[in-house]
Ligand binder design. Structure first.
Ligand code: NDP
Ligand code: BG6
Length: 507
């Protein structure tokens, strides 16, 4: 959180002219109702409401247009919800007393409605509240826009979507829309994901459904498309002739902490790899889209996914950190992996033979997410005096966003010897004073704008589950077992052995 006085500027909620034109997004105005379902929960408090607040204070949500509704079963008043949010924004997000005025004006826009997720009563009440707000704001011409954010366990998505469809759709004659945002995990495997997609698909059309994956809102994930397709020197190098292996790595230096019950039902592959790391994988591996229109980008993602070969057992290492089962919400005989290294291989002209190593783990030695593209050795090496390091192109997604290239250079001095050095684009140094928005801010704004580029399309989801479902079933059936590893370490030693076998050379 940057310090200093906060103030609301009037901002267009639309992108620059050229971007708007390329994406066919038509600017809209009029009353906007944002409804956070599951408003009493963890995600709503930590991510959804703070993101809405930041959009508000930057002027992307206008007080004369927007109203925010929290909805959940818990019986609390408007003021209780507001106080809870105020406390979180001040204590955890660093809002200081001199920012309290804007925080108060934001919280005045927040109302709370209590009701169940499967009966009409609560949703009719919610609809009444939204409609009253629309009538009060829509005195002049405009459309009514209703954005439902499901910060809820997926088990209630079908009934909530049914209730929204029955009771809460936008009814304005002046146009507008109803959109729903659903959180991951979208199902547990191919069949359950398809079932969920069918249930939601019977109620809403694909352009109304925003399946969120917050990794797609991260600055450097969004930069991948630009880096790859707007820089001449990557174009000829980005292929099997030059690249030896690619690693996409996610590490956390804490365990499941308070989320053991949720985590144990899903595991690291469903929690991180099948969604967050796979999204990064697409953007590294896909072909150039016809344009930056969301459908063109998503078409290319699906294509590369469909070229992924079945995962081989010998190219998987699973781990579970020691102490994971001490969590009272985790069963003593849990077979759930908290760590996995999985090699994906793509059967196409560009990538045949290049391993894409996806690695994710909880309770490791650091918190980091990065992409490491390692190039092949230079043929006919003439600098025999010292072992030549490999060229590596690294994109650090977090923390401290950076892009750097590892190069071999002459060691400065009288001797003719080589050394590894870096061309370094560290965002903190290069873009001093620029605040990088939180992923959820961007994605909520995209939803309001109707831009689905950074959301998961149904066929993309299906193709993703097709890749991982056989392995997940082997784990669920106890056929594949995680190896124990020490918390605070690198994960099982077997994962490093797999990495070396796949061709990765430590530089
Ligand atoms: P919570 O467990 O906090 O649930 C949110 C709210 O849903 C609760 O406050 C509760 O509200 C209601 N709820 C909880 N369990 C049930 C149930 N079994 N049946 C009906 N209602 C229930 O979840 P989170 O906020 O952590 O997550 C929400 C969604 O976002 C999930 O899909 C999760 O996987 C996803 N997600 C969460 C992240 C996080 O950091 N928390 C990160 C990424 C995704 P009430 O009882 O008041 O109705
Ligand atoms: C969530 C996972 O989707 O992403 C969590 O459910 C994980 O287990 C989190 O901690 C990581 O997100 P970030 O943005 O901190 O890398």
């Amino acid at each position: 959180m940057e310090s200093g006085q906060w103030h609301v500027e009037k901002r267009s909620s639309f992108r620059s002219e050229s971007f708007v034109k390329d994406n066919d997004i038509v600017p809209e105005t009029g009353c906007l109702s944002i409804i956070v379902l599951g408003a009493s929960g963890d995600l709503a408090k930590k991510k959804t409401f703070p993101a809405l607040f930041h959009l508000y204070r930057q002027g992307f949500l206008q007080p004369d247009e927007v109203h925010i509704f929290g909805y959940a079963r818990t019986k609390i008043s408007d003021d209780e919800l507001r106080n809870r949010l105020r406390g979180y924004l001040i204590n955890e997000k660093g809002a200081s007393p001199d920012q309290s005025e804007i925080l108060s004006s934001f919280l005045q826009l927040v109302k709370y409605v209590s009701g169940s997720y499967d009966s009409e009563e609560g949703f009719r009440l919610l609809d009444k509240e939204i409609s009253e707000h629309e009538i009060s704001k829509n005195s002049q011409e405009g459309s009514s826009r209703r954005l439902f954010y499901l910060a809820l366990p997926p088990s209630v998505y079908p009934s909530v979507c049914r209730m929204i469809k029955q009771c809460c759709m936008n009814k304005s004659d002046l146009g507008g829309w109803t959109r729903i945002v659903v959180e991951k995990p979208f199902g547990r495997d191919l069949d359950t994901a398809e079932e969920l997609s069918t249930q939601i698909g019977e109620l809403f059309d694909e352009p109304q459904i925003y399946r969120i994956d917050h990794y797609l809102g991260k600055e450097l994930v969004q930069n991948l498309l630009v880096l790859r397709f707007a820089n001449r020197f990557f174009l000829p190098l980005w292929n099997r002739d030059n690249i030896d292996n690619v690693q996409i790595v996610f590490r956390e230096d804490f365990g499941t902490e308070g989320r053991g019950g949720y985590f144990d039902q899903y595991g690291i592959i469903r929690d991180i790899i099948q969604n967050h790391l796979l999204q990064v994988f697409y953007l590294v591996a896909m072909e150039k889209p016809v344009s930056i229109k969301p459908e063109h980008i998503r078409d290319e993602k699906v294509k590369v996914l469909q070229s992924v070969l079945p995962i081989k057992d010998e190219e998987v290492v699973l781990g579970q950190y020691e102490g994971y089962k001490d969590d009272p919400t985790v069963p003593d005989d849990s077979n759930t992996p908290t760590f996995a290294t999985i090699v994906l291989r793509i059967h196409n002209e560009r990538w045949e033979g290049v391993p894409f190593i996806l690695k994710a783990g909880k309770a490791l030695n650091s918190r980091k997410a990065e992409i490491r593209v390692q190039f092949k050795d230079v043929p006919g090496d003439i600098f025999k005096c010292k072992k030549q390091g490999r060229n590596e192109f690294v994109i650090r997604l977090q923390p401290s966003e950076a892009i750097y290239m590892k190069l071999t250079v002459k060691q400065p001095g009288l001797d003719m010897s080589t050394a590894q050095s870096e061309l370094d684009l560290s965002y903190r140094q290069r873009y001093q004073g620029v605040t990088i928005p939180e992923a959820y801010e961007r994605l909520i704004l995209d939803t309001i704008r109707g831009d689905q580029q950074h959301f998961v399309r149904r066929d993309e989801l299906k193709a993703a589950w097709e890749i991982f479902t056989p392995l997940l079933h082997r784990i669920d059936d106890g056929e594949s077992k995680p190896l124990p590893y020490q918390p605070g370490g690198r994960g099982p030693a077997e994962a490093d052995e797999l990495l070396a076998k796949a061709g990765y050379v430590q530089t």
